[in-house]
Write a protein of this length. Structure first.
Length: 137
C-alpha cells in the first residue's frame, strides 16, 4: 500500500461532502497539473490518502481510500487528465495544520512544504505515521 495527500478547497469539495458520498465514493477530478496527474495514475486500489483542506483551514482533516484506479477525467474536455475514485474512511480527531507540519523537522522533506501548489502528492510511510500520531493529540 502507498500513501498520498489530496488537497481540496473545502468550499469546493469538503471532507463532509466526501463522507456523504458513501461507500461508493466520489471521483477525485479536476486535477490539471501533469505531475499531480502522474501521481493519480500511480495510485492503486486500497491506497490511503490524507484529505487536506487547502486555502481555507490549511489542515489535514481526514483519510480516504482509493476504490477505483485512474480513468479519464470526465471534467476534462480534451481527455488528457485522469481521475480516481476515493471513499471516506474517517475524520481526524484533531486536524493537523500546515503550521504544525512545518514545525516538525521530520516532515520538512514533504512536497506539501516544498511544492505547496501541488494538489496530489505521495507521503512516505514514516511521515504517514508521524502525521497520524500528530492527529491524536
Amino acid at each position: 500500500m502507498q500513501y498520498w495527500l489530496l488537497k481540496s478547497e473545502p468550499n469546493v469539495w469538503s471532507i463532509d461532502q466526501q463522507k456523504k458520498a458513501g461507500k461508493k465514493g466520489a471521483p477525485w477530478d479536476g486535477v490539471r497539473n501533469y505531475q499531480a496527474s502522474k501521481y493519480l495514475k500511480s495510485m492503486k486500489r486500497g491506497d490511503q490518502c490524507f484529505f487536506y483542506h487547502s486555502n481555507i483551514g490549511k489542515e489535514i482533516v481526514g483519510i480516504v481510500e482509493v476504490v477505483k484506479e485512474h480513468y479519464i477525467d470526465k471534467t476534462d474536455k480534451l481527455g488528457r487528465f485522469v481521475a480516481v475514485t476515493v471513499k471516506f474512511l474517517k475524520k481526524l480527531d484533531n486536524p493537523v495544520s500546515l503550521e504544525e507540519i512545518k514545525e516538525n523537522k521530520d516532515l520538512s522533506h514533504l512536497s506539501l512544504i516544498k511544492q505547496s501548489r501541488l494538489s496530489v502528492m505521495p507521503i512516505d510511510s514514516k511521515s504517514w505515521k508521524i502525521l497520524n500520531n500528530m492527529s491524536k493529540y
